[in-house]
Design a binder for this molecule. Structure first.
Ligand SMILES: O=c1ccn([C@@H]2O[C@H](COP(=O)(O)OP(=O)(O)O[C@H]3O[C@H](CO)[C@@H](O)[C@H](O)[C@H]3O)[C@@H](O)[C@H]2O)c(=O)[nH]1
Ligand SMILES: [Mn+2]
Length: 725
C-alpha cells in the first residue's frame, strides 16, 4: 500500500561531517595542550585549570549538540492519498487552546486564534475547539461568545474563497483587499464586521465591564458573580456551539465546529499547576463532550496559518506501516512579529529547522507545548505495544442536544480542583506537574513509554504566534525554559538515567541540548571574565600566536562559527541576524541561564517554588517602535542588565588596558603572547557595541539607566580585585 508520508534525509551531510571531524580533532588538541602545559603555581595555574575546565564543558556540550546533526530528516505528508483512502472515516479532533490572563493575552487575539482553528479544511462536525481560560475572566468568555457569532460569517467566507491565513486578525493585516478572489464589497463587509467586533471586545476589556443587555443574551454570563476573582472561582464550562445540535449552522447552512469555554476551578488553597493543570482539565472535560481520539493543542497566540494542517498531521498517525508507533506530531513554533535581523534571536530557526528535524531522526522531536497533535490515549499514559492499533471511530457522536446542560454539569465536576486528589493525574496520566517546561518532560515520558514522534515542518508554517519583543521578555522566557530543562536533567527524569534502555543514546543526548543550556552559563561567565582580566594583569592563558599550538584553537573557533553561520543562513537568517543571535546566546547565558541554575538549585534545596511567568503578548508603542528599528530595549534597572553591562565594560577596560600596556611595554606584555587574549577581548567588545551605545550614547527611554551603568562600574572595579593565580 502506498505510504501516507515520505521521509527524506536532509542534504549537506558531507560538509557537516568534514566540519565535525575538524572540530573534534581540534578540541582534542586544545584539551591535550591545556592538560600538558599547566603553569607553575603563582603563574596563573588556577586560572589555567579553570580554562581547562571551561573548555572541557564546552567540548562535552559540543558533542551533545552533534547528536541531532548527524542525519536530520524531513517528512512529507501526502494529504491527497489520505483523503482518497479514508474519506468519511477520518477521525474526530479536539483542539485545545490555553489562555491565562486577559491583559497580557488580549481576548481579541485569543479569539482570532480560535476562529482560525474553527476554519480548518476538515469536516466541521469532527472538530471541537476548547478554550481554557486560567484567568477565569468574563471578558474572555464574552469575546468567545462574540467569536461564536462571527464564526457564522467567517467560516463560509474562508471556505468560499479558500483564503489563508484564517485568523481574521492576521488575514486582514496581511491583505489589503483580495479583489481577485471576492468582490471588494463582500471583503469590506466582512472586514467591517470583524473590526466592529474587535472594537466591542477591546472596549469591554478596557472598561472591564459588560453591559446587562449583553449578559442577557447567553446563560453563561450568569456564572460570574461579583465575588469571582481569577484565583478563586467555581469551575465553569459552557458549550457555546454544539455541533450535534441541529441549529449550530453557519450562514451557508453548514454545521459549525463545537466550541467550548472552560475555566477550571481555582481556590487559593489548591495549587493549580499552571498550563499543565489546564491541559489536564481540558483532557477530562473534552472526554465527556467529544472525546476525540486526536488532541491538538496550541497557545492562545498561535493561530493556524495553513488550513490543511489537520489532514497533514493525520497522514502520520494513519500511515499503515509506521503510524501505530507515532505518539505525537510536533510542528515548530514560528512567529509573525520577528524583525529582519532578529535582534533578540527569537526566531528559533535553527532549533526549528535543524534540531527538531535532527531529533526526528533519532527517536522524535520534543513536545514543545504548542502546535502539537497527540493521541488521547497516549497523553493518558498508554504504553507502546507492537500490536497497538487505534480505533479511529472513537469519540462521542450521538446527539446530546437534549442534555447539553447535564453534560456541562458533568464536565464541571471534572474541572474541580479536588478531582485530581489521590489520582495519577499530573504524574502517570496527562501532562506532568512540577516542571516549568511541562511539555518537554511530558514528551520525554511518552518517548520513554516506547512511542516515537515526528516533526512536520512544511514550507508554509502551520502555526504562527507572537514572540517576545523586548529583551526583558526574552530573558524571562529563556529563564523558564533553561530552568525547566535543567531541573529535568537533575531530577529522576534525567534523560541519561530515566531514558537509559528506553530511548537511544542519541535521543538522550538530544534532550540534553536543552537540559544543559543552564549550566552552560558557568563556563561562559568564566570565559568572559578571566581571560580579559588575565590580559590586563599580564597572565597569558593561550599559546603564543606564533606557536603551532594556536592552530587548533583558531581552527575550532573558526570552523565551528563558520558552520553555525552556514546553518543559520540556510535556515533563512540574515548575516546580521546570525550575529545578533550570537550576541543573544552570550547574553542569555550570563543572565537567564545563570538565573536558571540558581533557581533550580534553590528549588532542589527547597528554598523556592515553581512558577510560570506568562509572557506578555502586548507591548507599548514606544517599545514597539524601537523593536521595529532593532534597537535593544533596556529601560529598567533589572539586575540582569547590571550583569550585561559589567561584562561589557570589563572587556572594554581590559582591552584598552591590555593594548596600552603592550604599547608602552609595561609588565612585559608582549604582543605574541597576548594576541589571542586580545582577539577574544576585542571580539567581545565588538559584540557589545549595542550595550555601550545603550549606556553612553542613547537618550531614549530604552537606554540602560544611569544607575545600572554606575553599579556595573562598581562591579568592574571589584572584579579587578580578583587575583589571577
Ligand atoms: O497558568 C498558566 C500559565 C500559562 N498558560 C498558557 O500557557 C501558554 C504558554 O505561555 P507563554 O507565556 O506564552 O509561554 P511561552 O514561553 O511562549 O511558551 C512556551 O513554553 C511553555 C513552557 O515553558 C509551553 O507551555 C508553551 O506551549 C510554549 O509555547 C499560554 O497560552 C498561556 O495562556 C496557562 O494556560 N496557564
Ligand atoms: Mn507564547
Amino acid at each position: 500500500m502506498e505510504r501516507l508520508f515520505a521521509t527524506e534525509i536532509i542534504g549537506g551531510r558531507a560538509l557537516y561531517k568534514l566540519h565535525a571531524v575538524t572540530v573534534a580533532v581540534g578540541i582534542c588538541l586544545v584539551l591535550y595542550y591545556r592538560a600538558t602545559r599547566v603553569p607553575e603555581q603563582g603563574q596563573g595555574r588556577a586560572a589555567w585549570l579553570g580554562m581547562l575546565a571551561a573548555e572541557l564543558c564546552y567540548a562535552a556540550y559540543w558533542v551533545v549538540t552533534q547528536s541531532v546533526r548527524w542525519c536530520p530528516v524531513r517528512r512529507i505528508p501526502f494529504r491527497d492519498r489520505l483523503a482518497a483512502r479514508y474519506g468519511e472515516r477520518l477521525p474526530c479532533v479536539d483542539i485545545f487552546v490555553c489562555t491565562a490572563d486577559p491583559h497580557s493575552e488580549p481576548p481579541s487575539l485569543v479569539i482570532s486564534t480560535v476562529l482560525s482553528l474553527m476554519a480548518y479544511n476538515y469536516p466541521t462536525e469532527k472538530i471541537s475547539v476548547y478554550l481554557s481560560d486560567d484567568g477565569g475572566s468574563i471578558l474572555t468568555f464574552y469575546a468567545l461568545w462574540e467569536a461564536s457569532l462571527f464564526a457564522k460569517h467567517w467560516l463560509p467566507f474562508c471556505k468560499r474563497y479558500n483564503i489563508e491565513p484564517r485568523s481574521p486578525a492576521a488575514y486582514f493585516s496581511e491583505s489589503d483587499g483580495h479583489q481577485d478572489l471576492c468582490t471588494t464589497k463582500e471583503w469590506s463587509l466582512i472586514k467591517d464586521m470583524y473590526e466592529e467586533m474587535t472594537e466591542r471586545i477591546d472596549t469591554v476589556v478596557e472598561s472591564g465591564k459588560i453591559a446587562e443587555e449583553i449578559k442577557e443574551k447567553h446563560k453563561g454570563f450568569g456564572e460570574w458573580s461579583p465575588e469571582i476573582t481569577s484565583k478563586n472561582h467555581q469551575p465553569i464550562v459552557q458549550i457555546l456551539v454544539n455541533s450535534k445540535d441541529g441549529n449550530a449552522v453557519d450562514n451557508d447552512g453548514n454545521v459549525l465546529p463545537t466550541l467550548v469555554y472552560m475555566a477550571r476551578e481555582k481556590r487559593p488553597q489548591h495549587h493549580h499547576n499552571f498550563k499543565a493543570g489546564a491541559m489536564n482539565a481540558l483532557i477530562r472535560v473534552s472526554s465527556v463532550i467529544s472525546n476525540s481520539p486526536i488532541i491538538m493543542n496550541v497557545d492562545c497566540d498561535m493561530y493556524s496559518n495553513s488550513s490543511d494542517t489537520i489532514t497533514d498531521a493525520l497522514c502520520f498517525f494513519l500511515d499503515e506501516e509506521m503510524g501505530h508507533k507515532i505518539g505525537f506530531v510536533q510542528y515548530p513554533q514560528n512567529y509573525n512579529n520577528m524583525t529582519k535581523n532578529n535582534i533578540y534571536g527569537n526566531s528559533l530557526q535553527v532549533i526549528n529547522k535543524v534540531e527538531l528535524n535532527g531529533l526526528d531522526s533519532v527517536g522524535g522531536p520534543l513536545y514543545i507545548g504548542t502546535g502539537c497533535f497527540h493521541r488521547r490515549e497516549i497523553l493518558c499514559g498508554r504504553k507502546f505495544t507492537e500490536d497497538y492499533r487505534e480505533d479511529w471511530n472513537g469519540g462521542i457522536k450521538d446527539k446530546m442536544q437534549a442534555h447539553a446542560d447535564e453534560i456541562e454539569e458533568k464536565a464541571k465536576s471534572l474541572a474541580a480542583c479536588t478531582y485530581e486528589h489521590d489520582t495519577q493525574w499530573g504524574d502517570e496520566i496527562g501532562l506532568k506537574y512540577g516542571c516549568p517546561v511541562e511539555d518537554v518532560i511530558t514528551g520525554l515520558a511518552i518517548h520513554c513509554r516506547g512511542w516515537g514522534s515526528v516533526c512536520n515542518n512544511p514550507t508554509r508554517p502551520a502555526f504562527v504566534g507572537v514572540g517576545p519583543t523586548t529583551l526583558a521578555q526574552t530573558l524571562l522566557q529563556h529563564k523558564r525554559w533553561s530552568e525547566g530543562n535543567f531541573s529535568i536533567f537533575l531530577s529522576k527524569y534525567c534523560p541519561f538515567l530515566f531514558g537509559h534502555g528506553k530511548i537511544t543514546l542519541q535521543h538522550q543526548m538530544g534532550y540534553c541540548i536543552y537540559g544543559l543550556w543552564a549550566p552552560n552559563s558557568l563556563p561562559t561567565l568564566y570565559y568572559l571574565i578571566i581571560p580579559p582580566l588575565a590580559l590586563f594583569k599580564g597572565t597569558p592563558l593561550f599559546p603564543e600566536i606564533t606557536s603551532p599550538w594556536i592552530i587548533p584553537f583558531i581552527s575550532v573557533f573558526c570552523v565551528k562559527n563558520l558552520y553555525s553561520l552556514c546553518e543559520s543562513l540556510l535556515c533563512g537568517d540574515t548575516l546580521k541576524g546570525w550575529w545578533n543571535g550570537q550576541r543573544m546566546w552570550m547574553v542569555k547565558r550570563i543572565t537567564s541561564y545563570l538565573y536558571g541554575v540558581i533557581d533550580t538549585v534553590r528549588k532542589l534545596i527547597g528554598l523556592s517554588k515553581m512558577s510560570f511567568a506568562v509572557s506578555s503578548k502586548v507591548s507599548d508603542e514606544d517599545e514597539s517602535k524601537r523593536y521595529e528599528q532593532e534597537i535593544m530595549e533596556f529601560g529598567s534597572s533589572d539586575p540582569e542588565y547590571v550583569i550585561i553591562a559589567t561584562i561589557a565594560l570589563l572587556n572594554l577596560v581590559c582591552l584598552a588596558g591590555g593594548l596600552s600596556q603592550m604599547m608602552t611595554g609595561e609588565r612585559g606584555i608582549r604582543f605574541n603572547v597576548f594576541c589571542p587574549q586580545l582577539i577574544l577581548c576585542g571580539m567581545l567588545v565588538i559584540t557589545s557595541v549595542p550595550f555601550y551605545e545603550a549606556m553612553f550614547l542613547r537618550k531614549d527611554k530604552g537606554r540602560i539607566p544611569f544607575s545600572v551603568t554606575l553599579a556595573s562600574i562598581g562591579f568592574v572595579m571589584l572584579t579587578f580585585l580578583v587575583p589571577i593565580v
